[in-house]
Design a protein around this ligand. Structure first.
Ligand code: NAD
Length: 487
């Protein structure tokens, strides 16, 4: 065992002694590589106090000075991109070739939201001739931020950047499954000049550390990225305490392949949309809706390509698909093979342990063909490399299937016909529609979900609105009459 992962408060890792301990397991070898020491309620309280203490200094700092620090963080994280990518690949099982660019994206989040903070401005109202009324936007306070395990740095940095760029301070809890890389990233942020207490990390299980954080009386808002069931629980707690919450949750997104699509590009795009990041992504295109006139050819080609995906050690640059993140998650995904068969879903390939990989949470990418969209594999988020095909007859039917879901995070459409693209853009109820492209993330644009995929949006203006309070000030331009009581 090499490392004990602890919390990081006021810029320093806390002592490793005592406390509840959880194993840190390498998904590629199943070896226990470290120990996570869980933060209890007292440690969460210390982290929130540190964030509260740092709030005045950070929120009152000029935006230019704060942005200098955020730009320095961007540069320093980029300079350590290889180190962070290796740590991330080892702990999550994500192939290093796929996640190396995400390390730069994680760094860029700090630059991008610093730029947004530079443009935040208020309004003036002069309609009432005797008064000048203006608005200012102020930092909201201390954020409780929670991140999932599937892309700890890409998602954790988004949570952090949207919060601290506007002058807030925070406590972030990474997932107990993948805690190491976030602690290292925040350590690097301090090396780049982040004042102590602005970002604090607490590590531990959701039911212990997470709950102590999101229900802490001295937090001002909650930023959550994770599953829908957890999101509902957090929203209920936030409601009871009257704290605003932004929730980025699960998905069961449809990819519609029209008969006029560029089928080679559609094959590439649909494969990537479901199998990138080992299939563990909220925006996975897990339901692939293909027109009946092209279905046989398209599905045969997709299965042939899925069988050829290079599975292996996440640290090998040639690997396209690594082990799933942890044993419980691997078992959860495999359980859907039986669920599928019981409902008449045909499993076309995948689900086996790949030859030659005797250790690690490896699974061959799964492709299935469902008789209809009401099956559980089409309705429930599996959150793994499980692609399910559905065959449709006309566009109205495809859009109806896409919308027949509790979720509404993203949707993909592959077509050369502008009217098909526009119909999908207008009629599909999802937060983002990607036309002829998989997963283009424009950081300035809002990102978030309809229905059970979330509440609120990340993005330039949307994050600025959520993470600041609007304040109205009115000043009379001359001595106005004041009604005199008791005169
Ligand atoms: P999860 O909900 O199990 O856990 C997410 C985080 O919440 C973890 O840090 C966990 O410890 C914490 N948590 C759990 N219970 C808690 C509680 N009661 N109080 C406070 N914190 C608690 O999700 P996961 O399995 O880590 O991540 C996968 C899910 O995240 C999928 O559903 C996926 O779609 C979703 N996700 C959404 C987005 C998005 O942007 N919409 C991005 C990535 C992942």
């Amino acid at each position: 065992m090499s490392e004990i992962v602890t919390s990081l408060i006021n810029g320093r890792r806390v002592a490793a002694d005592g406390g509840h301990q959880l194993p840190v397991v390498d998904p590629a070898s199943e070896a226990v590589t470290g120990v996570l020491r869980e933060a209890d309620a007292a440690e969460v309280d210390a982290a929130v106090s540190a964030a509260r203490k740092a709030f005045d200094g950070w929120s009152n700092m000029s935006t230019d000075r704060r942005n200098d620090i955020l730009y320095a963080i961007d540069s320093h994280l980029r300079a350590h991109g290889d180190e962070l990518a290796e740590l991330e690949a080892r702990t999550t099982g994500l192939p290093i070739a796929g996640i190396r660019p995400l390390m730069d994206r994680a760094a860029e989040n700090f630059r991008r939201f610093a730029e947004v903070a530079s443009t935040v401005s208020g309004e003036t109202y002069t309609q009432n001739a005797q008064f000048l009324t203006y608005t200012t936007r102020e930092a909201k306070g201390v954020g409780a931020l929670i991140a999932p395990w599937n892309a700890p740095l890409a998602l954790g940095s988004m949570r952090l950047a949207t919060c601290i760029a506007f002058g807030n301070t925070c406590v972030l809890k990474p997932s107990e499954q993948t805690p190491e890389s976030t602690v290292r990233m925040v350590e690097l942020m301090h090396e780049a000049g982040l004042p102590e207490g602005v970002v604090n990390i607490v590590n531990g299980r959701g039911s212990v550390t997470g709950e102590a954080l999101t229900t802490h009386a001295d937090i001002d808002m909650i930023g959550f990225t994770g599953g829908t069931t957890t999101g509902k629980r957090i929203m209920a707690a936030a409601g009871a305490a009257l704290k605003p919450a932004i929730l980025e949750l699960g998905g069961k997104s449809a990819a519609i392949v029209a008969p006029d699509a560029d089928l080679d590009r559609a094959i590439d795009g649909t494969l990537l949309a479901i199998y990138a990041s080992n299939g563990q992504q909220c925006l996975g295109g897990s339901r692939i809706l293909v027109h009946k006139s092209i279905a046989d050819r398209f599905i045969a080609e997709f299965v042939a390509r899925a069988r050829k995906i290079r599975i292996g050690n996440p640290l090998d640059p040639q690997t396209e698909f690594g082990p799933l993140a942890f044993q419980g998650h691997r078992d959860h995904i495999l359980s859907y093979i039986d669920v599928a068969r019981r409902e008449g879903v045909e499993v076309l390939c995948g689900g086996e342990r790949p030859a030659g990989l005797d250790k690690g949470w490896y699974v061959e990418p799964i492709v299935a063909l469902a008789p209809n969209n009401r099956t559980r594999v089409c309705q429930e988020e599996i959150f793994g490399p499980f692609a399910t095909f559905l065959i449709y007859s006309d566009l109205d039917e495809a859009i109806a299937i896409a919308n027949d879901s509790a979720f509404g995070l993203v949707s993909y459409v592959w077509t050369r016909d502008l009217s098909t693209a526009m119909a999908c853009s207008r009629r599909i109820r999802a937060g983002t529609i990607w036309v002829n492209t998989p997963m283009m993330r424009e950081l300035r644009a809002p990102f978030g979900g309809y229905r059970e995929s979330g509440v609120g949006r990340d993005g330039a203006r949307h994050s600025a609105d959520f993470f600041t309070e609007a304040k109205t000030t009115s000043i009379p331009l001359e001595d106005t009459a004041i009604r005199r009581l008791g005169a």
